[in-house]
Design a protein around this ligand. Structure first.
Ligand SMILES: [Zn+2]
Length: 284
């Protein structure tokens, strides 16, 4: 499943090739993905010029400006298995599981933005730019982990919250984009036990958690960037690149931080329904 680092990697790729492209055609092969697609609104994008490609949580947001009318935002979510990619040249044959495409034209001739999603848990929507803050999928999202997140903000929200810190980090109202793998990794990085009640962390510990979240997400973005060619063409899944985890999936392996004489090994427990990895030796 594409996580925030994969979506950010896709965003960077699209942000390098979509701005100033004009939409000359929209082809929809179905009228719904996870949610119904607003067909008329999507079709009305013909003639619009794309400006910027942004990301909010795991949503890609394409800014589009029509010759007349208010600015629009195109929202795309990759769901469990979606791929959104840009190809230069005349539109090729439709792929299996390709559900929509935007035909584009720009300085370098025709190109096409294609969406392929075998499991169809993705989303496509169009909104007026001014409605973005109140869009039902966006309105209740917490801060972005790479910029807006603060230790003080987390500490304040956690004051009366007894759920485990790892589950707290995975709640998108607290902070967006911290999936199961990254929550375990961030707790390890911070030296904080993932099962501690969120309200028991000190401000200094939240500070380390914020640093941990950023470190693990940036490491994944860097890994994604270096293997970008592996999936931007749409032939392999985002997230298929190799990334080394300190604790995730490492049950039984020696802890890489504890001194060898401690004989500390990575442990695995199930929290809720999700596998959680940590070291008893150095996560307090
Ligand atoms: Zn350890």
């Amino acid at each position: 499943m594409p996580e925030l680092p994969e979506v950010e990697t896709v965003r960077r790729h699209l942000a390098a090739c979509l701005p100033d492209q004009r939409i000359v055609g929209v082809d929809l092969r179905r009228e719904d993905l996870r949610y119904p697609i607003p067909v008329r609104e999507v079709q009305s994008l013909v003639g619009a010029t794309l400006h910027d490609v942004r990301r909010r949580a795991k949503y890609l947001l394409l800014d589009a400006k029509l010759p007349r009318g208010l600015p629009r935002v195109v929202l795309v979510h990759l769901g469990m298995s979606g791929r959104l990619f840009h190809e230069v040249g005349e539109p090729p044959e439709w792929r299996l599981h390709e559900h929509f495409r935007f035909r584009l034209t720009g300085d370098h001739g025709p190109s096409v933005l294609r969406y392929v999603d075998p499991r169809r848990f993705g989303a496509l929507d169009v909104m007026l730019a001014r409605d973005e803050p109140t869009h039902p999928l966006l309105a209740s999202l917490g801060p972005e982990p790479l910029d807006d997140l603060t230790a003080a903000g987390l500490a304040q929200q956690a004051e009366t919250c007894r759920i485990a810190v790892k589950a707290f980090l995975m709640d998108s109202r607290r902070v967006v984009g911290v999936g199961n793998i990254y929550a375990s990794e961030a707790c390890f990085h911070a030296g904080v036990h993932p099962l501690r009640p969120a309200c028991s962390l000190s401000l200094a510990e939240w500070q380390r958690v914020v640093v941990g979240v950023r470190e693990v997400l940036w490491a994944a973005i860097r890994a994604g960037g270096s293997t970008l060619r592996d999936f931007v063409g749409g032939d392999s899944m985002p997230g298929s690149y190799q990334q080394e985890f300190a604790v995730y999936g490492q049950a039984g392996a020696p802890c890489r931080r504890c001194p060898p004489c401690n004989h500390a090994v990575v442990e695995r427990v199930v929290l809720g329904t999700r596998a959680t990895y940590f070291c008893e030796g150095c996560q307090k």
